[in-house]
Design a protein around this ligand. Structure first.
Ligand code: SIN
Length: 399
């Protein structure tokens, strides 16, 4: 892997890994993982900001993972909007081609990987999150580029795990870099602008495509092809970017906890190892759905299962029987709705947690991380009600 600093062609081979110090026996946080990690996790080295680069402009690093934004059209034909190779161009080359980036930031790049979003393992997202936090020790903001297919999954994983309050902006594109009418360079440019602006400090991870800024917790991909595919059902976008203007009209609930200990989630990845990340699956409900999916997941070793239920979370009789059996074996369930929006409210049933208004893929990330940090179901229930729900905290409610 190679990286560049400020797009000036300064390259080094990435061959060193920094060891995060003193964490195995120092897991003293109230949210410390149940299992004591046997070895300290490693994090990829991120280029330092050099003194000469400390200009008035913000320092932003783009951490690239691939996807359509780095895609190359097939046969050199720029009209090939659907036929292309995702994850082909390097971020160093792409940033070098961006016009007038000097107006918005000093831009560095770090090539974390170059493949489709769906090809990343959860253990790789663990590395990605640690790399983002490592970068934010020196940079003013981070842009993460990924494919759009599982961008909402990756964005929420980062939202739940990155410790820094500095801006993290995830972006990608629906058309490859070199296609006619591509959205790739504009999305990259605007994401850098947003990360450098500092306007989403304390927001956690935000997603920015098609000029629209959305909260990682709430956003979903709604269309297989359209450029405006990302939507936030019911709640709507946070704001948008019109050339030099960045307008923020609302903030995620966690912003109301800015500066307080409750802003940080319990999911400090430096306190666990990759081996602690359990298998968690999603079972989809439909007319007369069988119990085979749940049984199969359990047989496969799943420690948690999210159900994407009909309406207010309903599942079929066969699914329900399979769930009861699985709960007896210690599998933890989270209820969500397949409708695309709506809140699931807590029930008193053992082994079943309400997913609030998280969609199934978001609830799955929260359940996976929760089970990586504790086996205590009451604690996980509380985490879903607080860090999952992320309601606005006001002094009036005293919450
Ligand atoms: C991917 O998710 O990697 C491919 C699709 C995309 O980037 O839009």
């Amino acid at each position: 892997m190679t990286f560049t600093v400020n797009g000036k062609g300064f390259k080094r081979l990435l061959n060193t890994f920094l060891v995060l110090a003193m964490i195995t026996t120092m897991a003293t946080s109230v949210y410390a993982a149940d299992p004591v990690p046997p070895t300290a996790p490693t994090v990829a080295a991120i280029p330092d900001v050099k003194l000469k680069d400390l200009t008035a402009k913000p320092n932003v690093i783009v951490i690239a993972t691939g996807g359509t934004i780095a895609g190359q059209v097939a046969d050199g034909d720029p009209t090939n909007l659907q036929n292309y190779r995702a994850g082909t161009y390097t971020m160093e080359d792409m940033v070098a081609q961006l016009p007038r980036k000097d107006k918005i930031a000093d831009v560095s790049t770090y090539q974390f990987g170059n493949k489709g979003s769906g090809g990343y393992l959860i253990t790789e997202l663990y590395d990605l999150s640690l790399a983002v936090d490592q970068a934010l020790k020196t940079y003013d903001g981070v842009v993460v580029t990924t494919g759009t297919d599982t961008m909402e999954d990756i964005a929420y994983f980062l939202d739940l795990t990155v410790r820094s309050e500095k801006p993290v902006v995830i972006t990608g594109a629906m058309r490859p870099w070199d296609a006619i009418g591509t959205d790739a360079p504009a999305n990259l440019y605007n994401a850098i602008k947003l990360a450098g602006s500092g306007k989403t400090k304390w927001f956690g991870t935000v997603l920015m495509l098609n000029d629209v800024i959305q909260a990682a917790r709430d956003v979903t991909k709604s269309n297989a092809h359209r450029l405006d595919t990302f939507e936030t059902p019911i709640l709507g976008a946070l704001g948008y970017i019109d050339q030099d203007s960045i307008s923020i009209y609302r903030a995620p609930g966690r912003v109301s906890k800015a500066g307080k200990p409750t802003w940080s989630t319990p999911f400090d990845l430096s306190k666990i190892t990759k081996a602690d990340l359990p298998m968690v699956e999603i079972a989809y409900a439909y007319q007369e759905a069988g119990g085979g999916a749940i049984k199969g997941f359990v047989a496969d070793g799943a420690k948690g299962i999210v159900t994407a239920g009909t309406g207010a979370g309903g599942i079929s009789a066969k699914m329900s029987a399979a769930r009861t059996e699985a709960i007896k074996q210690g599998v933890l369930f989270v209820t969500t709705t397949r409708t695309g929006s709506g809140t699931m409210y807590p029930s008193s049933s053992d082994g079943i947690i309400a997913g609030d208004s998280l969609n199934a893929q978001h609830a799955r990330m929260l359940l996976l991380l929760s089970l990586a940090f504790t086996k205590d179901q009451k604690t996980i229930k509380d985490w879903f009600a607080t860090f999952g729900a992320q309601n606005v905290e006001t002094s009036a409610t005293g919450s």
